[in-house]
Write a protein of this length. Sequence first.
Length: 93
Amino acid sequence: MSNERHTSVWDAIENTPVEAQNMKLRSRLMMAVKDHIERGGLSQAQAAALFGVTQPRISDLVRGKIDLFSIDTLINMLAAAGLQVEMRIAKAA
């Protein structure tokens, strides 16, 4: 067992820094979509109609099936909800 420390769970479980970075971004976007659903008190059917996807797709999102969602899909869902995604790019530590 390693005593190596990671700044993120994704850094620990992904094979490369590129994969970890992708997963960090996808997870933050996914949490924002899920938070919007919860704060709005939306049912999965209502959320599906809002985002233009099927109810089973919302179920996958709520259950955290991150591997089923691309960055593009998540950004499109947030835009459909009237939310704006902003980015900050910085030199890697």
